[in-house]
Design a protein around this ligand. Structure first.
Ligand SMILES: Cc1cc2nc3c(=O)[nH]c(=O)nc-3n(C[C@H](O)[C@H](O)[C@H](O)COP(=O)(O)OP(=O)(O)OC[C@H]3O[C@@H](n4cnc5c(N)ncnc54)[C@H](O)[C@@H]3O)c2cc1C
Length: 281
C-alpha cells in the first residue's frame, strides 16, 4: 500500500468495531480501516506495533494484540495511562481514531518453528504475546508445546480472561496464573511471576522463552531464565521505550547505537547484553 510519495507520518482513519473491557484499566479495541482497500492490503507480524492517534489528544505506540492468522480486524489492548489512552477508553464502538504502521521488528516466527515456547507475561505485557500465542495455535503443526506464565496484581486485574479460558482448553497449551495479592475465590498461585518458573521443567535445548511486562518484571524474569539454563539467544523480550516517530527519525528511543522503534522493539537477551541495557540486564 506504500507508494513512493506516501507521507510516512500520515495516519489513516480506522473505526472501532468492538470494545472488550479486560479489567478496569485495560480495554481491547478491534479496529478496521475506513478504506476497504487499506484493510485488504494491510499486513503485519506478531510483535509489531502501530502508532495510534486521536486529534487533540496525541499519538502513542501500541502493540498489535491480534494475530495475522485471524484477518478481518486489527486488535490493540490499551491500558489507561495518560491523555491519549484515557481518551481511547472514553470512546465507543463506531467511533473513529487514526493509525499508522505497522512498525518495528517482529518476533522471529520462522526461527521459532519446531520449538517449545514459554511465554512469561505481566499485566498489559500479555498483549503482544497474545498475538504470538494465537498465531502459534493457528499453526499448531509448526510449533511445539506452549506454556504461559501470567502475573497480575490481583484477581480483579487478570486481563484477557476470555483468551485464557480458550487457551486452557487447548491440549498443546498450559496456562499458569499468579497474583501479587490474593482475593476471594482465587485458586491460582500467589506471588510474583518468577515464582511460577519454579513449577516448570522446560527442555532448554528445545525451548524459547518470550517475555513481556513492566521493566522490573522483565529484569527479574530474564535473570531467572538465564540462571535456570536458557541461553541468551533463546530468551526474547519486547521493550517499551518512549518513542515519538516510530520510524527511526526522531531518535527519541535511541540507546547504545540502537533505535528501539526500528531495530526492536523485539530483542534477544544476547542483543540486550551487547547493547548493555543496564535497565534490564
Ligand atoms: C513498542 C511499544 C508498544 C507499546 N504497546 C502498548 C500496548 O500494547 N498497550 C498499552 O497500553 N501501552 C503500550 N505502550 C505504552 C504506551 O505507548 C504509553 O503508555 C503511552 O505513553 C500512552 O500514551 P498516553 O498519551 O495515554 O500517555 P502519556 O500522556 O504519554 O503518559 C503516560 C505516562 O508515560 C509518561 N511519559 C510520557 N511520555 C514520556 C517520555 N517521553 N519520557 C518519559 N515518560 C513519559 C507520562 O509521564 C505518564 O506517566 C507501548 C509502548 C511502546 C514503546
Amino acid at each position: 500500500m506504500k507508494g513512493n510519495n506516501e507521507n510516512i507520518y500520515l495516519p489513516y482513519p480506522a473505526r472501532i468495531v468492538r470494545i472488550v473491557e479486560e479489567n478496569n484499566q485495560i480495554k481491547t479495541f478491534s479496529l478496521t480501516f475506513t478504506d476497504p482497500l487499506r484493510n485488504e492490503s494491510f499486513e503485519y507480524s506478531p510483535g509489531q506495533f502501530m502508532m495510534v492517534s486521536i486529534p487533540n489528544y496525541g499519538e502513542a505506540p501500541i502493540s498489535i494484540a491480534s494475530s495475522p492468522s485471524r484477518p478481518g480486524s486489527l486488535e490493540v489492548s490499551v491500558r489507561k495511562a495518560g491523555a491519549l489512552t484515557t481518551a481511547m477508553h472514553a470512546m465507543n464502538e463506531g467511533e473513529i481514531l487514526a493509525l499508522r504502521g505497522p512498525y518495528g521488528k517482529p518476533f522471529p516466527m520462522k526461527s521459532l518453528e519446531g520449538r517449545d515456547l514459554l511465554f512469561v507475561a505481566g499485566g498489559i505485557g500479555l498483549a503482544p504475546l497474545r498475538s504470538v500465542i494465537n498465531f502459534c495455535l493457528d499453526k499448531k503443526k509448526d510449533f511445539g508445546s506452549i506454556t504461559l506464565l501470567y502475573g497480575s496484581r490481583s484477581p480483579e486485574d487478570v486481563a484477557f480472561q476470555s483468551d485464557i479460558k480458550c487457551w486452557q482448553e487447548e491440549e498443546s497449551m498450559e496456562c499458569l496464573l499468579t497474583v501479587d495479592t490474593t482475593g476471594p475465590g482465587w485458586l491460582g498461585n500467589i506471588g510474583v511471576v518468577t515464582t511460577l518458573l519454579g513449577r516448570i521443567t522446560p527442555n532448554f535445548a528445545r525451548t524459547s522463552a518470550l517475555v513481556c511486562g513492566p521493566s522490573l518484571m522483565i529484569r527479574f524474569v530474564l535473570a531467572e531464565l538465564s540462571r535456570m539454563g536458557f541461553s541468551d539467544e533463546n530468551i526474547i523480550t519486547t521493550l517499551e521505550r518512549h518513542m515519538k516517530c516510530g520510524v527511526g527519525i526522531c531518535r527519541h528511543c535511541y540507546m547504545d547505537n540502537t533505535l528501539v522503534c526500528v531495530d526492536g522493539p523485539v530483542f534477544s537477551l544476547a542483543q540486550l547484553r551487547i547493547m548493555q541495557d543496564t535497565e534490564l540486564c
